[in-house]
Design a protein around this ligand. Structure first.
Ligand code: LLP
Length: 421
C-alpha cells in the first residue's frame, strides 16, 4: 500500500495534489511519500519482532539525505556499499554501530575511513578483501567486526542482471569453502568474526529461494560453531520484490518473509539483520513528467515526455515495467488506447513503454510513473546535458524540495579548461 491516491479526481501524494507540486517545481521530478517510507520500514521491523534484529536499509535504492534521515529517526540501520554511501549515512545522523558495509571492492582507503568513523560490521566478500581489512585494522590498532558473505548457489528466479546468489556471480565466497575461509579469518590479526552474510538477489517475487538460502546459512551456522567460531549475527541481505504492475499478482509480504526468517534461522539465537532497499523506497516514490508532444507515427502514437532514460533507466536497462498513470484521474468509462511512451534522448532505447494501454493523453498532460522511489534518482545521469531532476518529499500536507535541479551554469562549471586551451 502506498500514499499516492486519487482524491476528487486529482492524484495526491499524501495530502498534497501532485499538480500543485508540479506547478511549484516544474517537471520532471521525483516525488516521495514519508508515510509510505515509514510504513514499509515498520512492516519489516514488526515482521522480525520477538527476535533481536536490525533493519539495515540498503541505501543504494535511494540515498537522498532526507530519505535517510527519515528512516534513521525511525530506528533504521543502513547497508552501505561505498565510502560515499558511508559518508552520506553518517551525514544523515546514522551512528556507525547501525551501519553495515557490503560490496565486492572495498578499497583500503574506504576500510580506513569506515574504521575511523565506526562500523557495525564489514560484510567480507573475498579472501583478499579479508586480508586488506586485517592489514588496515592492525595498522590502526583496532579490531574490525566481520561477517563473511557466502554464495549459496541458489537461483533467485529474478532478472539475470540483479541475481547475485549463483556460483557464476561475483558475490561472496562459495558456501562449500566457507569453513576453510572462516578458519583463515580466525587466524588473521585485527579481525573479529561475528557472523554470516548472504544476499541472493533483488526483486524476488517468491519466498522459496530465500528459504533455500537461509536453510543453508542455518546449517553453516551449526557447522561453524562446531568448528569453534562464535556466530552471533546473521545478515540475511535484502531482495524482497514489489508489485510493479497493479495488474500482477503481488509478491509475498514482509510478514511472510519475517515468518520465514523465524522458521529457518530463529532457533539459532542469533541477532538478525536484513537489508531491504526496494521494498522500503520503491512504492514510496513516483516520477512526474509532462507530455511535450503526442506524435502520430506509422501504426502507433508516441507520447514524447520531458522525462527520459537518463532520469529513469530501469525500463531501458532491465526491460522493467512501471505503471504510468495520468495525474488527473480519467473517467472510469473512457476507452484506453495503445501508446509508445518515450523520452527526448537521442536513442531508441529511450523508451519507457511500448503499446501501453492508456486513457487518451494530450500534450501538456501530467503523467506519473509509479514504483519509482527505488533505483530511480540514484541511477540517473546528466546524459544529453539534461540536468538531474529535483527530488521532493511530502509529509502530510507539506512538501519540500530535497534536491534542487541544478542550473545549466552549475553543470557547465563543474568542468575545468586546462591551461593550454
Ligand atoms: N544488500 C545487498 C548486498 C545488495 O546488493 C542489494 C541490492 C540489497 C541489499 C538491496 O536489495 P533490494 O532489497 O533493494 O532488492 N538497480 C537494480 C537493483 C540492483 C540491486 C543491487 N543490490 C534495479 O533497478 O532493479
Amino acid at each position: 500500500m502506498d500514499h499516492f491516491l486519487y482524491r476528487d479526481g486529482a492524484l495526491c501524494a499524501e495530502d498534497v495534489a501532485v499538480a500543485e507540486i508540479a506547478a511549484a517545481v516544474d517537471t520532471p521530478f521525483y516525488l516521495y511519500s514519508t508515510a509510505t517510507l515509514l510504513r514499509h520500514y515498520r512492516l519489516f521491523d514488526e515482521a522480525l519482532a520477538g527476535m533481536p534484529h536490525l533493519v539495515c536499509y540498503a541505501m543504494k535504492a535511494n540515498s537522498n539525505q532526507a530519505i535517510l534521515r527519515t528512516l534513521a529517526e525511525a530506528g533504521a540501520g543502513m547497508d552501505v556499499v561505498s565510502g560515499g554511501e558511508y559518508a552520506r549515512a553518517k551525514a544523515a545522523g546514522v551512528p556507525g554501530e547501525r551501519i553495515v558495509f557490503s560490496g565486492v571492492g572495498k578499497t583500503k582507503a574506504e576500510i580506513r575511513a569506515v574504521l575511523e568513523g565506526g562500523i557495525r560490521q564489514f560484510n567480507v566478500e573475498s579472501e583478499p578483501e579479508m586480508q586488506a581489512i586485517s592489514e588496515v585494522a592492525s595498522s590502526m590498532g583496532v579490531i574490525a567486526p566481520v561477517t563473511i558473505r557466502v554464495n549459496p548457489d541458489v537461483d533467485a528466479k529474478t532478472h539475470a542482471k540483479i541475481a547475485t546468489g549463483k556460483s557464476e556471480n561475483k558475490f561472496g565466497i562459495p558456501i562449500a569453502r566457507a569453513r576453510q575461509v572462516y578458519a583463515e579469518a580466525a587466524a588473521l590479526p585485527g579481525l573479529k568474526v561475528v557472523g554470516i552474510d548472504v544476499h541472493i538477489g533483488s526483486q524476488l517475487t517468491q519466498l522459496e529461494p530465500f528459504e533455500a538460502a537461509y536453510k543453508k546459512v542455518a546449517d553453516l551456522t551449526q557447522a561453524l560453531r562446531a568448528d569453534g567460531h562464535e556466530i552471533t549475527r546473521l545478515d540475511l541481505g535484502g531482495g524482497l520484490g514489489i508489485p510493479y504492475a497493479r495488474s500482477n499478482e503481488a509478491p509475498p509480504l514482509p510478514t511472510d518473509y519475517g515468518a520465514l526468517i523465524k522458521r529457518t534461522v530463529g532457533h539459532l539465537g542469533c541477532e538478525v539483520e536484513i537489508e531491504p532497499g526496494r521494498l522500503i523506497a520503491g512504492n514510496a516514490g513516483i516520477l512526474v513528467s509532462r507530455v511535450i508532444y503526442v506524435k502520430s507515427g506509422e501504426g502507433r502514437d508516441f507520447l514524447i515526455l520531458d522525462a527520459a532514460m537518463n532520469d529513469l533507466i530501469r525500463p531501458a536497462m532491465y526491460d522493467a515495467h512501471h505503471d504510468i498513470v495520468p495525474v488527473i484521474e480519467p473517467a472510469a468509462a473512457v476507452e484506453h488506447q495503445p501508446y509508445d511512451v518515450v523520452g527526448p534522448v537521442c536513442e531508441s532505447g529511450d523508451t519507457f513503454a511500448k503499446a501501453r494501454q492508456m486513457p487518451p493523453v494530450a500534450a501538456g498532460d501530467l503523467l506519473a510513473f509509479r514504483s519509482a522511489g527505488a533505483y530511480g534518482a540514484v541511477m540517473a545521469s546528466e546524459y544529453n546535458t539534461r540536468p538531474m531532476i529535483p527530488e521532493v518529499l511530502v509529509h502530510g500536507d507539506q512538501f519540500a524540495v530535497i534536491r534542487a535541479r541544478p542550473t545549466f551554469d552549475e553543470i557547465i562549471n563543474r568542468d575545468t579548461i586546462p591551461a593550454w586551451l
